[in-house]
Design a protein around this ligand. Sequence first.
Ligand code: NAD
Length: 489
Amino acid sequence: MKEDKMNGLRDGSLLRQQGLIDGEWCGGAAGRTIEVIDPATQHVLGSVPDMDGADTRAAIVAAEKAFGPWRAKTHAERAALLEAWHDLMLDNIEDLALILTTEQGKPLTEARGEIRYGASFIKWFSEEARRIGGTTIPSPIADRRIVVLKEPVGVSAIITPWNFPNAMITRKVGPALAAGCTVVIKPSELTPFSALALAVLAERAGIPKGVINIVTGMPAAIGDELMTNQTVRKISFTGSTRVGSLLMRGAADSIKRLSLELGGNAPFIVFDDADLDLAVEGAIASKFRNGGQTCVCANRLLVQSGVYDDFATKLGARVSAMKVGAGTEAGTDIGPMINQAAIEKIKRHVDDAVEKGAKILATAGSMPGGDQYAAPMVLGGATTDMQLASEETFGPVAPLFRFDTEEEAIRIANSTPYGLAAYFYTESLKRSWRVGEALEFGMIGLNTGAISTEVAPFGGVKQSGLGREGAQCGIEEYLEMKSFHIGGL
Ligand code: NAD
């Protein structure tokens, strides 16, 4: 049953409730379905097939069949199809944003931003497709030549989370298709409609059947098949470190290539010599976007003693003015959290912090009814023994840790097994380089809270993952090198 909000779609055919295998929109072999819930109302939005290992095998067979003809297209032909898909995403931005907000919860303005961000990867990699070149290597032997060819990896499994249901797919599928790979996508069971709407547009753009397949449903059976099936040559996963490590183990027997974008625990450091207004702006962007449910969101705000009180007051004023509510309501800053498990984790972190001495310095002025919302808040007096210091809170809670020296800030910042993103604010050139080089993270924001763009490498070190997405290097994750030695010339 369609919820009322979806009646606002200009093009109702973008709301698909079936999987996609070999160009056929279909149910699962076992006939089961799972419901998709609107996190703002808890109403059922609709359902998708709960597919299993047999469905996943069928999708892999379809992707394998489509691989030969797809890789045989010229790079320019693939690029043109990707460009057409990109244009359709932007033409349908309002509908894609409404579907995204309704199943995921983020404010509509952020959902539109995600669609533009998501589409940017398709555009970027349509351009990169034209630039896949190999190299020639001067041979040590006179009558020989050596060239290195770049070839698509093959059938790729794309497994994505609920927090960016559009962009996490396009960041992978863009380079995969540009490189000549075909894909089986397993979107999050919480947010499948955004993935299916993207596939409707891909079909309209003329991307051939079998190049993009989507299996929906609960992860265990689908994941087992994707991990163990010999035809799948590559797994690209974004999600938690726990599942990333499970996939790595599961893929070991068939030696698949892996790209893993996993969890983070980003420090956000404000030094005494920072531009405080800029730092507050950055903290709002980095901490509260998507209600704090982003992998690169500031999890620990480390503030030097000299500016601690001023920073807390300024940030508190902004947080008190935040509007919490349904993402579809005008002016909403913080939407509902994805589900009750998310709410419970946030509550556990706040309770634990308060019990260990943290103080709630500011919180939203008013809250809507319903237990799907978490209050944005600033917590003062956070310490490293609190749960929120070592785990991703994934909610709109900004804990402030006071520090005295640069060495102390770097030590605290790096004392995590994660290494995705880190931010710091200083006006000193020397400190910028010193701290930037000392932080053990894959991405650094210096005097900015915004680091996500298709033009720069995105990814982490330590337990935050393997490989990089976006940028020129993003397409390499879907390409193999073949050395070609020609003798007797
Ligand atoms: P999750 O790991 O629970 O799920 C991610 C995806 O994996 C979902 O599609 C899920 O169904 C699937 N999955 C779960 N178990 C599986 C299995 N056994 N086999 C195959 N697939 C399986 O993560 P989530 O809760 O959806 O997303 C939040 C997490 O994602 C956070 O930790 C966040 O930091 C991380 N994340 C990282 C990035 C990044 O780029 N590094 C971006 C966004 C989110």
